[in-house]
Ligand binder design. Sequence first.
Ligand code: GLN
Length: 455
Amino acid sequence: MEARVVEHLSVISRRESLNAFISVFNDAAVRRAKEIDIKIRQGNAGPLAGMVIAIKDVLCMKGTITTCGSKILKEYEAIYDATVISKLRDADAVFIGKTNMDEFAMGSSGENSAFGPTKHPLDESRVPGGSSSGSCVAVAAGMATTSLGTDTGGSIRQPAGLCGIVGLKPTYGRVSRYGLVAFASSFDQIGPFANSSRDAARVLQVIAGSDKNDATSAAVDVPDYLAAMNRDMRGMKIGLPKEYFSDALNPEIRSVLQKKINALIHAGAEIVTVSLPHSEFTISTYYILATAEASSNLARYDGARYGYRSSKSKDLNSMYVQSRSEGFGDEVKRRIMLGTYVLSSGYYDAYYRKAQQVRRLIQNDFAAAFTQVDCIITPIAPTTAFKLGEKMNDPLQMYLNDIFTVSANLAGIPGICVPAGADANGLPIGIQILGKQFDEATILTVSDFLETVTS
Ligand code: GLN
């Protein structure tokens, strides 16, 4: 354990230019590893003994700074542990640090951080994806065995795809959100990054389950994930949504996915074309509802209670205005304005209410598709990792990057991204598997199979 922690710490310092971490627990991690080494020798170590985990800086860990990638929380020290943190600690995992991220998890590239952009481990002129940029890079570059990210519209799966690792977004309600700083509460889920589906399953096994501190966590049994992952594809019915494989799909991505689909057919799976007819509305629906929820959640950062307070303020009102103007970055401000607008009287019915109704139709599309198939395969992102700065001045282009991922959050279903191949420049291409609610076992089985056919 100790040697492994030391090795990860040395990668963190060697590859500091990737900017994956906001804080690194050098001494604390080594100390903890020594304690767990003793437990291992005594034969009473927990199920995650030996696993070194990096944590997205949006999860509260008592006594440590939790910035959410924002200047406004730059010095905010968490006063309690998120449920996922206590569960991982009880399982004897070692925490190695808190990772960089798009401010308040808003972004698809890792560039919206007050602590500077995270870089792609294979090409530092490119983005690693976001918003869980640092957690993804930590695992991809060998700075941790696994990590936790959060996925509101794709923030675990999309960076995993761009960096060539595994990223799992569980069903909404599968993992407690207690201690996760809220972005869009009806979408946010916590999940693991890993180098294999099996490691992702090990982490999910520990963090899943209902929690009295989160009323939206579901009292649904947690199966033994590793036991379910038998790599047997015979009789598996897999849907390909025709809307996701249109002529507009990048040909390199299409051909990499097709090879994986052929391997599934060869192994006995049945491929079925399905339709998700409301797919064209997913981006607009997501960006109305997620910004509405964000504008409400972020109202608490007023300079009075949490975080940064401007020194320029003269009275209460200017304290609010100045603290928020100086504390939030551009993308966060854009979302607060959008969200406030769609919730305002006179526009509520045209935007917010309408989007809620469309969200239901999108959920119904998936429910109908899942009467025919066990899981659904789609691309993960329209392109491979793009250049730093390429989409920063065009928010709409940035939002369109989420076209294949937001539907799972709108429908509340689980999704996993697993490496499928690479483009002509050697940049990773991922494949996404979406499952029925609470059926992470099936998508893990398929992703585990897809990993083995690669090797
Ligand atoms: N890219 C999406 C957004 O900016 C999703 C972010 C996320 O999943 N946290 O909202």
